[in-house]
Write a protein that binds this ligand. Structure first.
Ligand SMILES: NC(=O)C1=CN([C@@H]2O[C@H](COP(=O)(O)OP(=O)(O)OC[C@H]3O[C@@H](n4cnc5c(N)ncnc54)[C@H](O)[C@@H]3O)[C@@H](O)[C@H]2O)[C@@H](O)CC1
Ligand SMILES: [K+]
Length: 511
């Protein structure tokens, strides 16, 4: 997994490096600038020129160091400083002097010969210290960088494209669009969350000497980007002497008349993700249709009528006997008593549970039932369901995804999966896993049911709730990518994620 640090955590890491690991910040800046120069050089044509646009903070300092290394290498380099030179940080100022010592000069932006194809622009206006929308001379410099890029120059951003908020991935207007971004030391959330990820172009991380220990000394959420090897490594290789009991039995409480497909998708996804057995508990008038979807699905009829409620408690407790995980929610008939029923189930069952779809809406009114759960709980809301769970608007949820998902996990003790582009999985211990697989073709009915089925199967196979959740999210997204490669994004339907995507994925992973 790749560790991701917020701006505040980067400052803590920098301090720890200096105070406890003997690594002065001047050296960090030197390493950052050298790495930046190397990436810039790799993007230039044979006789390409470099234009380095520096701001007033340490990001500008990195640019000044890069300019010095480029000059030292014999390149043609123009440097411009935007803003009040008197306000340079002490480290940036030292590097301005060092640049001058190498014969470098700083010129006003208007006097520069416009770079074009083969040339490289280094954007070192703002990094993690950006605090508001760039205006005035800064906005003009960003417009110039944009024009130069249109004319064919490549743009490499120091740490983050200027104008991008490194903690959220939200972009102010204007914001630099880069061909490559050099991440100093650690990735930043804004480099992996959209729209930031797109604005960054290719992200190249360079080591700058922030001792590994520094990343352990930072406080707040521990953010990670999941890589394919992480998810693959979680999936068990089946042992020759195992049997269906080895791989767990999932109880799926889902579906109703007219929504039998939801239950079938959960069940089939669980079956295709290694669960030994899957039983669906649903209203008697829907069960036959659910089982007709697949010969492998076992069934338990819930004979009470109407919405799920306390009248179903005894039947569900009985159905849960001998099961290893519960998935509840997709397509259930929901009524005023459904939340109470789910609360009772969580308080009494000793198996981990995935709450999805209408189970989330049912508990939204009283989240305290989650705290009283006997076993681990995974919540899998999409942004609209997250809005109902947290009493915020969907827009607010989307603008503060990291913060919202982390807070709900720590308040409820559950593992929370906030779905959408770059799905986030937060655990109550402060870890947040950022997912990078998946595609817009997966925005289709039933896709979420498949995710909860995969997650249920992994829980039944003994995964902890955070491991089940982030692994399921990664596998679900990659299954979507594999299925889209065969069907196209427009042609993709949820069933393809199971029959094509997941099966192709397990073959690819040798599972
Ligand atoms: N933290 C670390 O460990 C390291 C940080 N380094 C660099 O330092 C950067 C962070 O440096 P700083 O904290 O100095 O921040 P920045 O260089 O990103 O910019 C902050 C400066 O710009 C001003 N500012 C912010 N938004 C503005 C706006 N919209 N218009 C006008 N002025 C604005 C601030 O008042 C401040 O003076 C990183 O992105 C990275 O490039 C590197 O030198 C290496 C080590
Ligand atoms: K920058």
């Amino acid at each position: 997994m790749l560790r991701v640090l917020t701006a505040a955590q980067m400052r803590q890491a920098e301090q720890a490096a200096e105070q406890r690991h003997g690594m002065p910040s001047a050296l960090l800046m030197e390493n950052a600038g050298r790495g930046l120069a190397e990436v810039a050089r790799s993007l230039a044509g044979t006789s390409g020129r470099f234009v380095v646009v520096c701001g007033p903070g340490n990001n500008g300092g990195d640019g000044l160091v890069a300019a010095r290394f480029l000059l030292e290498g014999g390149a043609r380099v123009a440097v411009t400083l935007v803003g009040d030179a008197a306000k340079l940080t002490p480290e940036a100022r030292r590097n301005l002097e060092a640049l001058k010592g190498f014969g470098g000069t700083v010129r006003p932006l208007e006097s520069l010969e416009a770079p074009s194809s083969g040339d490289v622009v280094v954007d070192a206006l703002f990094g993690t210290g950006l605090s508001r929308a760039p205006a005035g001379a800064f906005a003009e410099a960003i417009s110039a960088i944009h024009r130069w890029r249109q004319a064919g120059a490549k743009v490499v951003a120091a740490d983050v494209p200027s104008g991008l908020q490194s903690d959220t991935g939200e972009a102010f207007s204007p914001c630099v669009e880069a061909d490559a971004t050099v991440a100093f030391g650690f990735l930043k959330p804004g480099q992996v969350l959209e729209p930031g990820a797109t604005l960054c172009g290719r992200v190249r991380r360079v080591d700058i000497g922030l001792a590994g220990a520094a990343s352990r000394e930072v406080s707040g959420p521990a953010l990670f980007v999941v890589e394919e090897s992480d998810a693959r490594g979680m999936l068990p290789v089946r042992k020759p002497d195992s049997h269906k009991g080895t791989y767990g039995h999932v109880l799926v409480v889902a579906g109703s008349r007219g929504k039998t497909g939801a239950a079938a998708l959960v069940a089939k996804a669980a079956l295709r993700s290694g669960a030994g057995l899957v039983t669906v508990a649903t209203r008697g008038d829907a069960l036959e249709a659910v089982q007709a979807h697949s010969a492998e699905i076992m069934g338990v009829p819930l004979e009470a009528a109407g919405p799920l409620g306390m009248g179903d408690l005894e039947a569900l407790l009985a159905a849960a006997e001998g099961k290893d995980a519960l998935v509840i929610g997709p397509g259930i008939p929901r009524g005023p008593g459904t939340g109470t029923l789910i609360g009772e189930l969580l308080a009494r069952l000793e198996i981990p549970a995935v709450l999805d779809a209408d189970a989330l809406n049912a508990v939204a009114g009283d989240l305290s039932v989650l705290r009283r759960a006997k076993a681990p709980v995974v919540l899998t809301p999409h942004p609209g369901e997250m809005a109902r769970l947290t009493g915020r608007s969907t827009r607010e949820v989307q603008a503060h995804r990291l913060e919202v998902v982390g807070r709900l996990a720590s308040e409820t003790g559950a593992t929370v999966v906030l779905k959408g582009d770059r799905t986030l999985t937060a655990h109550a211990d402060g870890r947040v896993f950022i997912n990078t697989t998946g595609n817009p073709g997966m925005a289709t009915g039933g896709s979420g049911d498949v995710l909860s089925g995969i997650c249920g199967a992994l829980l039944a196979q003994g995964f902890t709730s955070p491991d089940a959740a982030w692994t399921a999210v990664f596998a679900h997204g990659l299954a979507g990518d594999l299925a889209a490669a065969r069907r196209g994004q427009l042609g993709l339907v949820a069933g393809d994620l199971i029959e094509q995507g997941l099966c192709e994925l397990w073959v690819r992973w040798g599972r």
